[in-house]
Design a protein around this ligand. Structure first.
Ligand code: ZN
Length: 470
């Protein structure tokens, strides 16, 4: 019987490898097909493959920041000399995660890696956790995704919660203390898990933005109103419930200071349990990336990586494509930041607006399925900040919904003479770059499929490698 199981596993693996080889040959990257086929033949194959990792798997989930947090952790683990496998191309459902292992395994199914770093979609957490029995689960935050309503967000939290019993004994749950929804996961957890919280000190920054009614936050414990004594951005802050006493826990890992250098990154000061304040230099810009770095540091430290290795790893972590990656285009540079929901969009706009206003700006909005087909979420984004801060630089709108984006900017109070509409991405890019002075930069904010198109344009011009190599 064991031999039959073993043969079935090998057939599954080989079929997966063959599919992976075929899709690479055909130039289709980041596929979940190899994993799906492998699971179809042997539903236990992911368990068998991931079970060989020396230090187990780390799952990274949450609405925003999964990719960057995983990337930071990967760089830290590499700095610590651990051999990491990571589903980097964003294949974050069960099939994609399995594909990563199929690819990493030898022909006889051996996986030599120390640690599996698995960026996992929230909805896939129960299944993936069940198969890999993670050593750690990292939750970045929970935000509304485009048109989600609160009920859907609560459902998402429950999906992640149902993965907790699968965390291995002694495993850790790393949570954002500033996000009440993430913190609600740390309540009544199975006794075999340790919780580690990360959060910001109130002096780091402060949000002036009003909470919109759609974000008005209720206590995840009793449904009462949450009172904030401090807010960082959106619903992240220092809060407590007046009815039941639910409150923000004291973070184990704290960001105690942050010095922003605009789009080129920040210097962060972090304090942990039994850890003196230490300084980290990161090329990842903005407050939201400070959260991503902090999450990665908290998880890596809790998994036994030391300060020196963390500092070295963070310092060498550069943004991946579409996550504020900086690409040189002749004597100018281009920053590309994927936008997929109002909170993420606002966070990037704030970073852009906090600079000296010398950069160009291009907004690329598509409405294909992967982008979200209803673009009305753009009305929840705070474009008003662009009207107030940036000088007279033109703003280029592009993509299938370039015209809708332009209308939104007009309503936000941006001078119509500054708004240039060019639906064709390549033409829009050249137009926007032509207005950037030598040595200056352009910030492009695309939705998902617009990002892929933009990347393809840059690849054709030899400026970036193919997506798969990311
Ligand atoms: Zn309450």
């Amino acid at each position: 019987m064991r031999l039959v199981n073993w043969l079935r596993f090998l057939v599954a693996l080989w079929l997966g490898k063959l599919a992976g080889f075929a899709s690479r040959t055909l130039g289709r990257g980041g596929s979940s097909l190899p994993g799906k086929l492998c699971l179809l033949v042997d539903s236990g194959s992911l368990k068998r493959l991931s079970g060989q990792l020396k230090h187990g798997s780390v799952l990274v989930t949450g609405t925003n920041g999964k990719t960057t947090t995983s990337r930071v952790m990967e760089d830290i683990f590499r700095a610590a000399g651990r051999y990491v496998i990571h589903n980097r191309s964003g294949a974050n459902l069960l099939g994609g995660v399995t594909s990563t292992f199929v690819d990493a395994a030898s022909l006889f199914g051996r996986v030599e890696a120390d640690i599996g770093l698995l960026e996992t979609d929230e909805a896939s957490i129960p299944r993936v956790a069940q198969e890999v029995n993670p050593a750690a689960l990292v939750v970045t935050n929970f935000f509304r995704d485009q048109l989600d309503r609160f009920g859907e967000l609560a459902h998402t939290v429950e999906l992640v919660r149902s993965g907790l019993p699968s965390v291995r004994p002694g495993g850790i749950l790393v949570l954002n203390a500033d996000d009440p929804l993430a913190v609600s996961l740390g309540r009544a957890i199975p006794p075999h898990i340790n919780v580690v919280y990360f959060g910001l000190d109130p002096n780091v920054c402060s949000s002036n933005e009003e909470l919109s009614p759609s974000d008005a936050f209720v206590c995840p414990s009793c449904g009462g109103g949450l009172e904030y004594t401090h807010r960082f951005y959106s619903h992240l802050g220092i809060y407590r419930c007046l009815s039941c006493g639910f409150s923000r826990p004291q973070p184990d890992f704290r960001l105690t200071a942050m010095e922003s250098e605009g789009m080129s990154g920040s210097t962060l000061e972090v304090v942990g349990p039994e850890v003196h304040p230490f300084t980290l230099r990161t090329a990842l810009p903005g407050l939201y990336n400070a959260y991503n770095v902090l999450a990665g540091v908290a998880a890596a430290w809790s998994l036994g990586v030391c300060e020196e290795e963390i500092r070295y790893g963070v310092q060498n972590s550069v943004p991946s494509f579409g996550r504020m990656e900086r690409v040189s285009v002749g004597d100018k540079w281009l920053n590309i930041a994927l936008v997929k929901n109002p909170t993420g969009f606002n966070a990037v706009l704030e970073t852009v607006a906090s600079g000296d206003g010398s950069e160009g700006l291009m907004l690329c909005i598509n409405d294909n399925y992967a982008d979200g087909t209803d673009v009305s979420w753009l009305w929840d984004v705070n474009f008003e900040i662009l009207a107030a801060v940036r000088g007279a630089k033109p703003i280029v709108t592009s993509g299938i919904r370039a015209a809708d984006m332009a209308v939104r900017l007009k309503y936000a109070g941006v001078d119509p003479s500054r708004i240039k509409v060019e639906p064709d991405l390549e033409k829009a890019l050249d137009m926007a770059l032509s207005w950037v002075e030598t040595g200056g930069g352009l910030v492009a904010l695309p939705t998902y499929t617009a990002m892929l198109q933009l990347r393809e344009v840059l690849r054709r011009r030899g400026l970036v490698r193919h997506f798969r190599e990311d």
